[in-house]
Design a protein around this ligand. Structure first.
Ligand SMILES: Nc1nc2c(c(=O)[nH]1)N[C@H]1C(S)=C(S)[C@@H](COP(=O)(O)OP(=O)(O)OC[C@H]3O[C@@H](n4cnc5c(=O)[nH]c(N)nc54)[C@H](O)[C@@H]3O)O[C@H]1N2
Ligand SMILES: Nc1nc2c(c(=O)[nH]1)N[C@H]1C(S)=C(S)[C@@H](COP(=O)(O)OP(=O)(O)OC[C@H]3O[C@@H](n4cnc5c(=O)[nH]c(N)nc54)[C@H](O)[C@@H]3O)O[C@H]1N2
Ligand code: SF4
Ligand SMILES: [Mo]
Length: 737
């Protein structure tokens, strides 16, 4: 299949005025590729199969991978543009050192490594081991996630390691463990196809997991009813049977009222509750006052709509409930999740064909990355770092005395607080951009400035990295072998397509070299990524996230294997709990009592409007990657604040007028996008931008007490029109930094 060579003019025409780099002749060669490499998209938790086209050791394009069972060739706008990162002129090609008065200067690996290791040693000698901290991320493969966990505990010997999943899925993880004893979606998405009723709550599936929409459409074609719960009429809600336009921060009230309704109207699966669950009576007791009328007052959803949803859910024979960050990014994140699980358990619709429940994991390896021990309280196999048996097992795998294994450390935002208190003096970050993604980011910036030493491993100079002393040029997904685990729990293979460019190095090599220089070389002697995976398999053995029976070969031959997979002859587990044996100590699924309590910050006279934050389809997370891809920038160049026409009229705000959004933490100016698709008391801001365009100037550092997830989804704000109409043609994502 010959491809036409594409001229630079053609590229500019195709990618539009926002193309932020000048293509060179011959750079985008769309000639016949040397190779196609079957791998997966580096972005969201769907991990769609994709084929990368490689020429002269460069990724030059992509083709759909039609056979991969989840997405069958489908890709979203980010997926089809992601290959443009590979040869981007902003790629870091050398390690960088910040030199007083000169900014960042390229340096040698030897010098960079010397600085990193001597600073880790200095800080730890002066202030203790835990004064050096590590922040990691779950765009990393399973192998790298596992390696970072071991690196922190065995090489750096610090308790203070946490990861960006703390901002993402920890509420769901904690809820799943409480209810089921295991943290994974219960079924593969193929089970959606014949579900009679689907609830999607707090998940803007069409924009955030676009290829999953297809499975919902398939179910719709088969007659499924769809209930969408979201303060906005998100694209999926437009064709839903019922849209519950919930006031942010009130989900647990809704689920409590629905549970009471099911009980009052004899819509429970009594056999299932009696034989396979515990805690039902206590759970029902706490919602006895949660009447539909009360829920209407708290949630702002009309009573008849709540009844209609409870009726549909209650009377179905098969169903699926999916949620994402809309219910999890709350100071009651875990309670919201448990409220949903209670509805699933009350109707006994789990562990059967076409009956499922799951959080939709966010980042590329949102599922695998939360299992292998780079959370502050976790060891591989989803083991508990405070459990003596678990510690002993992993210490044995790692060849260290159990007493040397550090204990539980601080969570991501708590680390920032510890830096402010002077307890943490050094930081290594990999795959995390906390300055854009943590809440209350003016406070985060102050913390970064207080660090005595900060080293960042990334392939782009992200906004946080600008505060670093040393930046180590790392690798993209497709520059190393590995595996990731999709939102379904399917372990898939990431194939190396090319080498990192210039003097950039694979992340693994960087971590291993630091470990060696710290004197822990004998514990880090891997020949390749597969060797790391094979150790991970042993480390996970017997844990709830058991990968022991999964091998690279098996994954490749089957286009993925679902964990748990305890032995090499085990086929994997696409559908959990068909045997009704849950992973809790008593083998039962646990109801957990949840009664409503208000969010951390409620509106008042000074701050009368609810602010919620989230995503748009064309941008990804802190935007480090997608704000560098011209066409994606062109789709949605800058953050707009979504406002209902009635609310806009109240403040005389006009379309595209710059609106000052003020909260107790800070303020930012954003052009108004006046839309009827949002509640009248709520405004929405996407958060993918830094600096003055950052939504996280505004958000609070309130955390869920159990999961420590920040409350990104609700705070109180005030709107002030500026009288300035912004010209969308002038919009440019970079002018704020
Ligand atoms: N395009 C794109 N896709 C992505 C990402 C991205 O950055 N961009 N990121 C990936 C990652 S890491 C994640 S975590 C996922 C996130 O995926 P989602 O959770 O789907 O994304 P969000 O936009 O954060 O929030 C989802 C919805 O929650 C709603 N919401 C706000 N407050 C409430 C509430 O109190 N209750 C309820 N029920 N709903 C509420 C918002 O209106 C929004 O539509 O997306 C993944 N996919
Ligand atoms: N207000 C608000 N804030 C939010 C959210 C929200 O909804 N509202 N959502 C939260 C959520 S759900 C999430 S997941 C976080 C995400 O927040 P972050 O994790 O900070 O976001 P990323 O943009 O993924 O930052 C990852 C960095 O890792 C780099 N990177 C990616 N892959 C690799 C790799 O393989 N190797 C190396 N070395 N580097 C890599 C990227 O270049 C980027 O600089 O943001 C959270 N913040
Ligand atoms: S849906 Fe997610 S994994 Fe699939 S192409 Fe889009 S960003 Fe990539
Ligand atoms: Mo996320």
């Amino acid at each position: 299949m010959a491809r036409l060579p594409v001229s630079p003019e053609k590229i500019i025409e195709q990618f539009g005025p926002h193309l932020n780099y000048a293509p060179k002749e011959g750079y985008v060669g769309r000639d016949e590729p040397d190779r196609t490499v079957k791998t997966h998209c580096c972005f969201c938790g769907m991990q769609c199969g994709i084929q990368l086209l490689v020429k002269n050791n460069k990724v030059v394009g992509f083709e759909p991978w039609m056979e991969f069972p989840f997405n069958e060739g489908r890709l979203c706008p980010k997926g089809v543009q992601r290959y443009l990162q590979d040869n981007h002129p902003d790629r870091l090609l050398d390690p960088l050192e910040r030199v007083e008065g000169k900014g960042f200067q390229p340096t040698t690996w030897d010098n960079a490594m010397d600085r990193v290791v001597s600073e880790i040693k200095r800080i730890q000698a002066q202030y203790g081991h835990d004064a050096f901290s590590i922040l990691s991320g779950v765009s990393l493969t399973n192998e790298k996630s596992y390696l970072v966990g071991k690196f922190a505990r065995v090489a750096v010997k610090t308790a203070n390691l946490d990861y960006n999943g703390r901002l993402c899925m920890v509420s769901a993880g904690a809820g799943n463990k409480k209810a089921f004893g295991l943290d994974r979606a219960s079924n593969s998405y193929a089970d959606l196809e014949h579900a009679e009723v689907i609830i999607v709550t707090g998940a803007n599936v069409s924009e955030t997991f676009p290829t999953l929409t297809h499975w919902i459409w398939r179910a719709r074609d088969n007659g499924a009813k769809l209930i969408v719960i979201d303060p906005r009429v998100i694209p999926l809600a437009r064709t839903a049977d019922i849209h519950l336009d919930i006031k942010p921060g009130t989900d647990s009230a809704l689920y409590g009222a629905m549970l009471k309704y099911l009980a009052d109207h004899d819509l429970l699966d009594d056999d299932f509750i009696r034989n396979h669950t515990s805690g039902f009576e206590a759970t029902l007791e706490v919602v006895k006052d949660h009447t539909i009328e009360w829920a209407e007052a708290v949630t702002g959803i009309a009573a008849d709509k709540i009844i209609a949803a409870a009726e549909l859910w209650g009377r179905a024979k098969t169903s699926f409930l999916l949620h994402a960050r809309g219910i999890e990014h709350h100071s009651k994140g875990v309670e919201n999740v448990l409220g949903c699980i209670n509805l699933v358990l009350a109707t006994g619709r789990i562990g059967k064909p076409y009956c499922g429940y799951g959080t939709i994991t966010g980042q590329g390896n949102g599922q695998g990355g939360r299992e292998h021990g780079h959370k502050c309280d976790q060891l591989p196999g989803n083991r508990d770092i405070t459990n003596p048996e678990h510690r002993k097992y992993i210490a044995n795998v790692w060849g260290i005395p159990e007493a040397e294994m550090p204990g539980k450390g601080l969570t991501a935002y708590e680390l920032i607080e510890a830096i402010h208190r002077g307890e943490v003096k050094g930081l290594l970050s990999i795959c995390f951009n906390p300055l854009v993604s943590l809440p209350n980011n003016n406070y985060v910036r102050e913390a970064l400035e207080k660090l005595e030493f900060y080293v960042c491993i990334d392939f782009f100079l992200n906004e946080t990295a600008r505060h670093a002393d040393i930046v180590l040029a790392g690798s993209l997904h497709e520059e190393e072998e590995g595996t990731v685990t999709t939102a379904e729990g399917r372990v898939v293979r990431i194939q190396k397509a090319v080498d990192p460019p210039g003097n950039a190095r694979p992340d693994t090599k960087i971590l291993l070299e630091i470990a060696h220089r710290l004197g822990a070389g004998d514990k880090f002697t891997y020949a390749n990524s597969e060797a790391i995976f094979n150790e991970l398999r042993v480390a996970s053995k017997g844990g709830t996230a058991d990968y022991y029976g999964i091998t690279y070969k098996k994954v490749e031959e089957n286009m993925g294997i679902f964990w748990p997979c305890p032995t090499e002859d085990h086929p994997g587990t696409p559908r959990l709990w068909e045997d009704r044996k849950f992973h809790t100590p008593d083998g039962k699924a646990h109801f957990n009592p949840v009664s409503y309590r208000p969010p951390g910050e409620v509106t008042d006279q000074e701050y009368p409007v609810v602010l919620t934050t989230g995503r748009v389809v064309s941008q990804y997370l802190s935007g480090t990657q997608t704000r560098r891809i011209g066409k994606l920038v062109g789709i949605y160049p800058e953050p707009l604040v979504e406002i209902h026409p009635e609310l806009a009229a109240q403040y005389n705000i006009r379309q595209r007028e710059l609106v000052r959004v003020v909260t107790r933490r800070g303020m930012g100016e954003f052009p108004a996008n006046i839309v009827e698709t949002i509640r009248k008391d709520t405004v929405f801001l996407p958060y993918h931008w830094p600096g003055k365009k950052s939504a996280n100037q505004l958000t609070p550092g309130t955390l869920d007490p159990i999961s420590k997830i920040p409350e990104f989804k609700v705070c109180a704000c005030r709107l002030e029109p500026t009288g300035i109409i912004s010209d969308p043609k002038q919009a440019h994502a970079w002018d704020s930094i």
